[in-house]
Design a protein around this ligand. Structure first.
Ligand SMILES: Cc1cc2nc3c(=O)[nH]c(=O)nc-3n(C[C@H](O)[C@H](O)[C@H](O)COP(=O)(O)OP(=O)(O)OC[C@H]3O[C@@H](n4cnc5c(N)ncnc54)[C@H](O)[C@@H]3O)c2cc1C
Length: 322
């Protein structure tokens, strides 16, 4: 079957990967450079159990599978170092509340935190360690997916005639937010800091009264700091308030971030359904994967595999009903 996938963000690229692996002929269509939508700004955290604090079980379960999926698809790019969660002394009750709402974690004392992340020695009395979580850097990961697809003969086009394809899969993210689509946008602002004054080995989350912060090490002294969650489809530059709050929280995590260089700021619009659960919609020739919300990297593999199974079942259903 010849398949056109519209949109080369994490949803489109993972779908293409799953379909090509099963022998389908796939063409990608994106008027912009691949991977430059919301996926470009993601933390790349594969943190199903932390996300379980607010996300439903379906996200936790699918997210658990995502770590193995990414590792198998892109060997060497997934860092399996867990997630560390800390809180300032005044927010210990927040830490306890977080622990009650999540699983697969262990409590660490000050010495345990220092052993895991020496740079944070003496800064936090207690923390939670989600040992089985992982992360990847979205930018090289999506570039590697694209390269693997290109090697397998997948073409990436800026224009295409949809009618020439037997199946069209819409993975256009925020562009699909239209009246009647049930989708909305959730603005996420982030920034990159650069400093050699501090080293971290894994994503560290800080429970903070105004902005729950995370810092993801990207190597060479670079740290991705995220992210705001604002009910808005406005994709303009980061606001002064968000910048101040993210920097403030980073400074609370470690004062060395106060001397860091701000090397990038960015905004991505997370497409989301009312329940924040992504899904496959549509029927017959036109299907769509969307609503990735804050779980694009966590949920895209499960949706890609579901899509592949559905397309395999579809021709049988069509011939059975013909
Ligand atoms: C700051 C921030 C941090 C995040 N952190 C994480 C994280 O740690 N872990 C996680 O799992 N998720 C995270 N996310 C969420 C994740 O980034 C999104 O859920 C995901 O990127 C959405 O992917 P997508 O492919 O649906 O959309 P996009 O990445 O936006 O891709 C859509 C693509 O469609 C293309 N397109 C648009 N119109 C058309 C058209 N007409 N035809 C063809 N192509 C079209 C666009 O050019 C774009 O390339 C974060 C998001 C943000 C903003």
């Amino acid at each position: 079957m010849t398949i056109l996938i519209k949109g080369a963000g994490v949803a489109g690229l993972t779908a293409a990967f799953a379909l090509v692996r099963r022998g389908h002929t796939v063409t990608l269509l994106d008027p912009a450079d691949p991977g430059m939508g919301a996926s470009h700004y993601a933390g790349g955290m594969l943190a199903p159990w932390c996300e379980g604090e607010t996300a439903p079980a379906v996200v936790v379960d699918a997210g658990e599978q995502a770590i193995g999926w990414w590792d198998e698809a892109l060997p060497g790019l997934v860092e399996r170092k867990g997630t560390l969660l800390v809180a300032p002394a005044r927010d210990q009750s927040e830490l306890e509340r977080f622990a009650r709402r999540t699983r697969r974690h262990e409590w660490l004392d000050e010495a345990g935190i220092a052993e895991l992340e020496p740079a944070l020695a003496g800064r936090f009395r207690r923390g939670l360690f989600f040992r089985d979580e992982a992360h990847l850097d979205p930018r090289p990961a999506l570039a590697a997916l694209l390269e693997a697809l290109t090697r397998k003969g997948v073409k990436i086009l800026r224009h295409a005639n949809e009618r020439a394809f037997a199946q069209v899969i819409d993975c256009t993210g925020r562009a699909a937010i239209q009246p009647g689509s049930q989708l909305r946008g959730v603005r996420g602002e982030m920034l990159y800091l650069k400093t050699d004054e501090i080293a971290l080995s894994r994503p560290v989350r800080l429970l903070h009264p105004r902005i729950p912060l995370y810092v993801v090490p990207r190597g060479e002294g670079r740290f991705m700091v995220g992210a705001t969650m604002i009910e808005s489809e406005h994709d303009g530059p980061i606001s002064a308030r968000s910048l101040m709050e993210l920097l403030n929280a980073a400074y609370t995590l470690h004062p060395a971030f106060g001397e860091a260089e701000v090397i990038e700021t960015g905004t991505g619009i997370r497409p989301a359904y009312a329940d924040n659960i992504p899904r496959i919609t549509g029927s017959d020739r036109h299907l769509a994967i969307n609503g990735m919300y804050r779980h694009g990297f966590l949920m895209a593999p499960a949706l890609a595999e579901d899509l592949a199974v559905r397309l395999e079942a579809e021709p049988q259903r069509r011939s059975a009903t013909a």
